[in-house]
Design a protein around this ligand. Structure first.
Ligand code: NAD
Length: 473
């Protein structure tokens, strides 16, 4: 078992108090991290504030070089990092590898983003331009499903915009992030990036800290609401990436054999613990029987197990709390007599938080497994008759994160996409995010956006400077 330290003001430090981190595949302790509170947070924020004075004045090229250094540190150590990620998070090696290389790729790509001045007026009377200035010290709070990707998608735009950051990983998955902290310690100027660990109670202290100017948060909608409230005291800027109950809509012209496997992974990748996983799959009645059979058949070929074992396709649920919640939703489906195409019947006792791949056959629209975000390897397949009906059912949610339409007729797909109340809609794919396109939720799935220039802007204030040209002074 290894002790992982925090990064504060350019140094790896601990406070002598520790939190255990478990491997969800076997419930064994795999590492310890510092259990921090207000004192450590104050030190980290003070370091970030000091560093901000110089960092805000750096050129685009200097920032780009530092961020590219972060990308290289992750890429050069990818082998060690993806194995550690599987150990703490549970995801299979191949998916952990994707997350690590994805994070390095995101950092490299986003290092090139720029926020150019915009000229508002340029005539005989005035020259007026809008420039973007960094908001200051950012507090970043991330969840346990993509711990590395989420950390990088907060650290990188903060630095590119000229801000400094204090980041708090989830207490369930802090190890790989702290290993990256050690790797980038001498890449980033002291104090620009600080990473401190602690239990959930550290979150509100960050949100309410008087010397933090902005909160960027990814996690549940319930916590997002608390953050909005906590940040309101001094009107901190906030970006919230929250939950989703994303719908996939499969039209009757879709090729059953070809889409079955893709639909399976759109729901079961990372054991379903993806904010943008397909959490409700609506299939047209003409192909429902064939497609549901094909998905259930494909599911039989996928191995559930320890993510470090070769051949595992679906790992354990990341933590006990989420494991209990997913089992509760399966039990609710059983109690209500809903039909299972697969799963739902295995005794979940034993070591490790494993849930069998579970596919439900056309449960009612008000079933908990349809109406709530399951965040686990459980997929409800739902039958629909008409386009108008399915659009209404897909939009009948407090969430509005993403969705997908599957069809050979891509014009029709776009027409449906334009009627969905979500921040992202894919035609014939799922979960693709570009470093250059904004990603954010409608309704209770979020506030603001990450990625792309829109995401970068959220780390800045607009400042308008106007020169009166015909003035007499
Ligand atoms: P969570 O809200 O419980 O925790 C997220 C983070 O917030 C953790 O670091 C936690 O310690 C911290 N936290 C807890 N209470 C806090 C408080 N009162 N104030 C401030 N911080 C606090 O979420 P989770 O269980 O870790 O993640 C699962 C949820 O995250 C799902 O709902 C999922 O949809 C959502 N999610 C959304 C996105 C997205 O981009 N939209 C991405 C991944 C996950």
């Amino acid at each position: 078992m290894t002790d992982y330290k925090n990064l504060i003001d350019g140094k790896m430090v601990d406070n002598g108090e520790w939190l255990d981190v478990l491997n969800p595949a076997n419930e064994q302790v795999v590492g310890r991290v510092p259990a921090c509170g207000k004192d450590e947070l104050d030190r980290a924020v003070a370091a970030a504030r000091r560093a901000f004075k110089d960092w805000r004045k750096t050129s685009q090229e200097e920032r780009q070089k530092v961020v590219q250094g972060i990308a290289a540190a992750i890429k050069d150590n990818a082998d060690e990092l993806f194995r550690l990620l599987t150990t703490e998070q549970g995801k299979p090696h191949a998916q952990a590898q994707q997350e690590i290389y994805g994070a390095a790729g995101l950092a490299a790509a986003q290092s090139t983003l720029t926020l150019d001045d915009v000229v508002n007026q340029d005539d005989d009377q005035r020259l007026s331009r809008t420039r973007r200035v960094p908001v200051g010290v950012v507090g970043g709070i991330v969840p346990w499903n993509f711990p590395v990707m989420m950390a990088i998608q907060k650290i990188v735009p903060a630095l590119v915009a000229g801000c400094t950051i204090v980041l708090k990983p989830s207490p369930f998955t802090p190890l790989t992030t702290l290993r990256i902290a050690e790797l980038i310690k001498d890449v980033v100027p002291a104090g620009t990036v600080n990473i401190i660990t602690g239990e959930d109670h550290l979150g509100p202290i960050i949100t309410e800290h008087p010397d933090i100017d902005k909160i960027t948060f990814t996690g549940s909608t319930a916590t997002g609401k608390k953050i909005m409230e906590g940040a309101s005291g001094d009107l901190k800027r906030i970006t919230l990436e929250l939950g989703g109950n994303d719908a996939s809509i499969v039209l009757p012209d879709a090729d059953v054999e070809k889409v079955a496997e893709q639909l399976f992974w759109s729901s079961f990748s990372n054991a379903g613990q993806v904010c943008i996983a397909a959490k409700r799959v609506y299939i047209h009645k003409d192909i429902y029987d064939d497609l549901s059979k094909a998905i259930a058949e494909y599911a039989k070929s996928v191995v559930v197990g320890d993510g470090s074992h070769q051949g595992t396709g679906v790992g354990p649920i990341q933590n006990k709390k989420q494991y209990d919640r997913v089992l509760e939703l399966i039990q609710d489906a059983k109690d209500n007599g809903y039909k299972f195409l697969t799963g739902g019947d295995k005794d979940p006792s034993g070591t490790g938080y494993y849930v069998p791949i579970t596919i439900l056959d056309n449960p009612p629209e008000d079933a908990r497994i349809v109406a709530e975000e399951q965040f686990g390897p459980v997929m409800p397949l739902l039958k629909f008759d008409s386009i108008d009906e399915v659009i209404e059912r897909a939009n009948n949610s407090e969430y509005g994160l993403a969705g997908a339409v599957w069809t050979k007729d891509t014009d029709k797909g776009v027409e449906i996409a334009e009627q969905l109340e979500t921040g992202t809609v894919w035609i014939n794919e799922f979960m693709h995010l570009s470093p250059f396109s904004p990603f954010g939720g409608h309704k209770q799935s979020g506030f603001g956006a990450e990625y792309g220039v829109d995401g970068l802007k959220e780390f800045t204030y607009p400042q308008v400077i106007t020169v009166k040209r015909d003035a007499v002074v």
